[in-house]
Design a protein around this ligand. Structure first.
Ligand SMILES: C[S@@+](CC[C@H](N)C(=O)[O-])C[C@H]1O[C@@H](n2cnc3c(N)ncnc32)[C@H](O)[C@@H]1O
Length: 209
């Protein structure tokens, strides 16, 4: 975690900032098909529908897993309050370096690491809990046990009343969400290639003793 692409793969970071986001995304898909799980980024309609229920005024920390080329990041930053943070976590250092070059916004933090370590990653940036976590991770193709570990870590990192927002090409993720989250809303976005399942998993507000 933390080491920049420029240190690991000299030349690729600079190259990544010169090519289009679509080309970069497709090139990384060819390199890591299982970890990326999609040939092209999400559609504008998917972004709008997924983010529609977010209570922006009461958001201090918004975490995104698997931002890729930042398809959701610009819209999140447009809506995020001035004192809030968007913390984007990706295992692919090419995407992390690309995002650091793309978004100069002081509310934006790109962290190289795994979503399974979200609790440690937000603590390293001075946060205790997240209000929302958004995920574009391909849960059905992740290595065995990784998806369950990520969902468990996400439930822990969310404050009571917080929500986990998931877009997926299969409903596989439901079997991981249902045992932990108190309620789950779902929808299907046809205006996406391929059509995309949308899930909003809610952690209950703690009842007063
Ligand atoms: C389908 S792409 C999502 C792209 C983008 N969010 C979009 O809307 O177009 C999945 C992303 O998840 C990242 N990824 C895969 N496993 C991960 C993990 N365990 N933690 C964080 N990111 C991961 C991949 O590197 C890739 O950027």
């Amino acid at each position: 975690m933390g080491e920049s692409l420029a240190d690991q793969l000299p030349g690729q970071a600079a190259q990544a900032t010169r090519i289009s986001p679509f080309t970069l995304f497709f090139r990384e898909f060819l390199r890591h098909p299982v970890m990326i799980g999609s040939v092209i980024p999400s559609s504008k309609r998917t972004i709008e529908t997924m983010l529609a229920p977010v209570d922006w005024a009461n958001t201090r920390l918004f975490v995104e897993y698997g931002p890729g080329v930042g398809t959701f990041c610009a819209t999140i930053l447009e809506r995020l309050p001035p004192d809030a943070t968007l913390l984007a976590i990706d295992t692919n250092p090419v995407f992390i370096d690309y995002l650091r070059g793309k978004f100069a916004d002081t509310r934006f933090v790109a962290a190289h690491g795994s979503a399974a370590d979200v609790n440690e990653i937000i603590a390293a940036h001075g946060f205790e809990k997240a209000d929302y976590v958004l995920s574009g991770l391909p849960f059905s193709t992740l290595p065995a046990g990784v998806g369950a570990a990520i969902v468990e870590a996400t439930h822990r990192v969310l404050r009571p009343g917080g929500s986990f927002l998931v877009y997926q090409y299969s409903a596989y993720v439901l079997r991981l969400l249902e045992p932990l989250f108190d309620s789950i809303d779902r929808d299907l976005e046809w205006w996406n290639i391929p059509p995309c399942g949308l899930f909003w998993a809610h952690k209950q507000v703690e009842e007063a003793a």
